[in-house]
Design a protein around this ligand. Structure first.
Ligand code: PEP
Length: 254
């Protein structure tokens, strides 16, 4: 059985003090043991202090991105080698990276390889935009992204996938549980074809896109959806806690 996961992508929000306060408040609010993997992904500059503030906590830490080289003359970039020890997870291929920073599936694949080399667990994001969705191309787009992003990657034991339809991100217009489950089942079957049924069944696949305390239940009650990648709502402590608790109630019997 897959342990559900709720990951918060803080994006380019919170200064150093705000990040530490947010994660401390979150940790204090989670005073019971939760059968959900909870991950906070603050900006790079706060990774060290957030991770220190969470010493002994059940909350894990993730980065929002990384570069595909180990070190060298890449001004402004952060590598897996630098992240190792500061966090356990790294979000890769987020649609905002693809859209604003021109990341291709090939780049994402190189990043995944480098993350795995340094035992960071990648959270690979895929998803179609509105135009592709309306043209009925969701399956085609997601299939291409999964195949290319995982090109040359032999083991996916620690991989997490997040299906995030771009039209649902930050718009307040979430997908329906049923629609998200359909695409997520497709992703699982692609992983089964490329790897094995055992590997595909063990992988957590999350839904992301305007997840709130009000709609998380619709997603985690689906057969193939193992949790959420949460943007805006992860910045609000009580709402994020409520998302985690609902997930624990509906999927926590592990
Ligand atoms: C995200 O950033 O991955 C995301 C899903 O954002 P939001 O929850 O705000 O739509």
């Amino acid at each position: 059985m897959r342990v559900p996961m709720i990951a918060g992508n803080w994006k380019m929000n919170t200064n150093h003090q705000e990040a530490v306060k947010l994660v401390k408040d979150l940790d204090a609010g989670l005073n019971e043991r939760i059968p959900v993997d909870v991950v906070a992904c603050p900006p790079f500059i706060s990774l060290a202090s957030v991770s220190e503030a969470l010493t002994g906590s059940q909350i894990r830490v993730g980065a929002q991105n990384m570069y595909f080289e180990e070190k060298g003359a890449y001004t402004g970039e952060v590598s897996a080698l630098m992240l190792k020890g500061l966090c356990q997870y790294v979000i890769l291929g987020h649609s905002e990276r693809r859209q604003y920073f021109l990341e291709t599936d090939e780049i994402v694949s190189r990043k995944i390889k480098m993350a795995l080399k340094y035992q960071l667990k990648p959270i690979l994001c895929v998803g179609e935009n509105l135009e592709q969705n309306e043209a009925g191309k969701t399956e085609e787009v997601v299939t291409r992204q999964i195949r290319r992003s995982l090109d040359g990657i032999e083991t996916i034991e620690t991989l997490i996938v997040a299906y995030e339809p771009i039209w649902a991100i930050g718009t307040g217009k979430a997908a329906t549980g049923d629609l998200a489950n359909r695409t997520i089942s497709l992703i699982r079957s692609l992983l089964q074809q490329k790897y094995s049924a055992q590997a595909a069944n063990a992988i957590r696949i999350l839904y992301g896109g305007s997840v709130t305390a009000g709609n998380i239940g619709e997603f985690v009650s689906q057969s193939d959806i193992d949790g959420g990648l949460v943007g805006g709502a992860s910045l609000k402590v009580s709402e994020f806690l409520s998302i985690i608790r609902t997930t624990a109630q509906l999927r926590g019997g592990v």
